[in-house]
Write a protein that binds this ligand. Structure first.
Ligand SMILES: Cc1cc2nc3c(=O)[nH]c(=O)nc-3n(C[C@H](O)[C@H](O)[C@H](O)COP(=O)(O)OP(=O)(O)OC[C@H]3O[C@@H](n4cnc5c(N)ncnc54)[C@H](O)[C@@H]3O)c2cc1C
Length: 517
């Protein structure tokens, strides 16, 4: 396997989730190599998606940063991409022969297609994995992690990989003319999250380190109803439950969302997340009550949620489910244009690791799967349309040689600090503290895995500190309102984030205490 790895390849796709596999299938019969940190089917958020996929896109978001042209483009291509998924074998639910559509939070109409209630992600992944295994032009390398991009004269010419099972093994390099990053989100950088361990912002970090422009990193969506049963990551109680009438109550049995928003439980995620957070902070707890809305039908309509609850000794047909907000989706990411090109020659990005402008400061449920397929197809078209160039050249030396096992304590305290300092409610002083702490790790650690975590954490923290307003999922208690003058996207780089950190360290050197409990 390692001998094959060192060969020169034409196209490498990093990530075996929806964006990566769909892009590989769309590039067929062109030869591609897919690299996945985990065996296909594991370690990808896609497999966990319960709500479904938007078959059309709603009109903008609540936070004013959605690029309407991009959103309209998604809407226009939705039908064709859902047709592709049907061709690859995804068994979407049907109603008298036609695709059945349902409604989710903040969508103004029924427009989401599902598979057997809450099984969409798993069904999409198993259909795509089967299709990939049947396609001879796609080579798959499983359980290897991309830990760095290799660049020559400012262009990406390859990447550095490491065997996940052997943290001290020498890294392997691959030369590639085109690299597509489809590595998913950053949720696992947080201590409380719905995302798998592989979603720890690695793709974003390696692109930023290579000099790519990063967009909107401060916008992290918190899912309001992660099921709190002591698991990491926390299982999810899908939004569709609230779409079906499940209500949020506190330990007194009182609903708290109607007082906060006219749409109550179906308000935008950030508002519901803050409502849930406030009840928990006030000591009243928060619970999702589906007893009346679903009762005995719970297990048949939402088998995944039902199984997660039952495994923790909660029967959701008869008992309210304890919930809390958890880091769930990254609206920010590697900035890409409408073809999925990043700011670096030779590098494309698709799926959650990218930022297209479609989600603004607050994504609508089910738009991310749609965005992943639409952009994966566009990237394939962009790469596929160009002739195979001369083989890529690599720089003479490999970048990193260090041990890459994440030191448990440092990894844990970084995740704790993300949750406590960059969570549902943020404050300038704590953001500054986080910026300084992450910058110090990013600068000083010799451990590449920890450094990659710190790189992404620093980008999120520096941009959150710099955005002195509240907008969408970014809520600052010291700047609680939206400022019209700031109604624009953030475009930043790792260099800019380091500069923010340097200026904050000069201002308050005595307060750079690192406490992340
Ligand atoms: C619990 C849950 C429920 C969700 N429900 C919905 C929903 O109903 N509707 C919706 O639209 N969205 C939903 N989302 C969001 C959606 O699932 C994701 O945004 C989407 O699946 C991302 O797809 P992706 O292909 O970009 O990433 P993923 O599916 O996460 O795949 C990323 C891949 O990259 C690999 N990887 C990561 N880093 C590296 C590396 N450095 N080297 C090699 N490989 C790497 C991973 O192992 C994985 O194979 C949900 C997310 C979660 C967590």
């Amino acid at each position: 396997m390692l001998d094959n790895l060192t060969r020169n390849t034409d196209v490498v796709i990093v990530g075996g989730g929806l964006a990566g596999l769909f892009c590989a299938l769309k590039l067929a019969p062109r030869a591609v190599t897919v690299i996945s940190a985990a065996p296909l089917g594991l370690g990808a958020s896609t497999a966990w998606a319960q709500g479904g996929i938007a078959a059309a896109v709603a009109e903008g978001d609540s936070a004013g940063l959605v690029d309407e042209t991009i959103a309209l483009g998604l809407a226009r291509e939705a039908g064709a991409r859902i047709h592709d998924l049907l061709q690859y074998g995804v068994p979407f639910d049907r109603d008298e022969g036609r695709l059945a559509v349902g409604r989710e939070a903040a969508h103004s109409a029924r427009r989401i297609v599902h598979v057997r209630g809450d099984m969409a992600g798993r069904a999409i992944m198993s259909a795509l994995i089967e299709a990939v295994r049947r396609t001879p032009s796609i080579g798959v390398i499983e359980s290897y992690v991309a830990e760095g991009l290799l660049t020559l004269d400012g262009a990406v010419t390859g990447l550095q990989l490491r065997d996940v099972g052997d943290a001290t093994a020498k890294p392997v390099t691959i030369a590639s003319r085109a690299v597509v990053l489809a590595t998913g989100g950053i949720g696992h950088l947080y201590a409380v999250t719905t995302n798998p361990a592989e979603a720890s912002g690695l793709g974003l970090a390696i692109a930023a380190r290579a000099g790519a422009i990063i967009a909107d990193p401060e916008f992290v969506q918190f899912h309001p109803t992660a099921i709190m049963v002591g698991r990491d990551p926390a299982p999810l109680a899908t939004e569709a439950l609230r779409g079906e009438g499940a209500m949020l109550i506190n330990d007194k049995g009182k609903r708290f969302m109607p007082a906060r928003h006219p749409l109550a439980e179906l308000a935008p995620r950030d508002i519901v997340a803050r409502g849930v957070f406030a009840e928990i902070a006030a000591g009243r707890g928060a619970f999702l009550d589906a007893r009346e809305a679903l009762g005995a039908h719970f297990s048949e309509k939402f088998p995944t949620v039902h199984a997660s609850c039952m495994a923790a000794g909660i029967d959701p047909a008869k008992q309210p489910i304890p919930v809390a907000p958890a880091a769930h989706y990254h609206m920010g990411g590697i900035s890409v244009d409408a073809r999925g090109r990043t700011s670096l020659t030779g590098l494309w990005a698709g799926g959650e690791v990218s930022s297209t402008g479609a989600h603004g400061a607050n994504r609508l449920a089910s738009n991310s799967l749609l965005e992943a397929v639409v952009y994966a197809a566009r990237i394939a078209e962009d790469i596929g349309g160009s002739p195979i160039a001369a083989p890529a050249r690599l720089p003479a030396t490999s970048m990193y040689q260090q041990d890459c096992a994440i030191p448990a304590l440092e990894g844990k305290s970084l995740r704790a600090m993300m949750t406590s300092h960059l969570g549902v409610i943020r404050h300038g002083d704590r953001l500054a503290e986080a910026v300084r702490a992450f910058a110090r790790i990013e600068r000083d650690t010799a451990n590449i895995a920890l450094r990659n975590m710190a790189t992404t954490a620093l980008l999120v923290a520096a941009s959150a500190w710099a955005r002195r307003e509240s907008r969408g999922a970014h809520y600052r208690i010291d700047y609680p309102t939206e400022k019209p003058a700031l109604a624009h996207r953030t475009m930043t780089t790792l260099v800019a984030a380091r500069e923010i950190a340097a200026s904050l360290s000069e201002r308050a050197p005595a307060r750079t205490v690192e406490h992340a409990s």
